[in-house]
Design a protein around this ligand. Sequence first.
Ligand code: 5GP
Ligand code: MG
Length: 185
Amino acid sequence: MHGDIERILIPRQEIARRVRELAQQIIADHRSNDASPDLTIVPILTGAMIFCGDLIREMPIAMKIGMMTVSSYPGRSVLSQGAQVIQQQLANVKDRHVLVLDDILDSGKTMQVVVATLGELGAASVRACVLLRKDRPIAREIAVDYVGFEIPDEFVVGYGLDYNDYYRNVPDIVTLKRSVLEARP
Ligand code: 5GP
Ligand code: MG
C-alpha cells in the first residue's frame, strides 16, 4: 500500500496540530455566539470519520453525534458524480445547533445538500467545517465556517479519504501514483 503513495501533501503531525487549532476556534465561537451551549456534530461518512474522531476529542463541551452518508465519488471515480444523501442517523436536530464535518470541499455539492437537509429538519443553526478545501473557484463559492487546509486541485487520499474505498487508514494526506489511479481490475 505504501508503494502506491506518490507524495505526502500534509503529514500527520501537521494535521494533528491544525485539528487542535480548529477545535479551539470552534469552541470559542460557539461559546460566544450561542445561547445554548449544546451541539450536534454531524460527520459526513465515510470520509469525515477519522477527522471527527480526532476533532471531537479536542472539544470538551456537551455534544451529540449524528451521521449522514453522502456519496459523490463512487468506486474508482476521481471526479464528482453529483452528491446524494444515502443514509442518515441524525436523531433529533430540531432547534439544535449543528456543526457539519467533512473531509474535503471540492465542488461543494455535498455540503450544499447536507446543509439544506439539516435546515429542512429544523436545525437552529448549521455551521460547516472541512479539513481540506481544494483550490478551485467553485469550492470558494460555498460558504464554510472553518477550513483546515487549502490544497491544490489534486486527488488526495488518507486520513479518511479513499480511492475505491481503500487508503482511508493512511495517516497522512497523500497523492497516489498515476499508475494506481489508472489501473483497472
Ligand atoms: P464535493 O461534493 O464538494 O464535490 O465533494 C466532496 C466529497 O467528495 C468529499 O466528501 C469526498 O468524499 C469526495 N472528494 C472530493 N475530492 C476528493 C479527493 O481529492 N479525494 C477523495 N478521496 N475524495 C474526494
Ligand atoms: Mg465524502
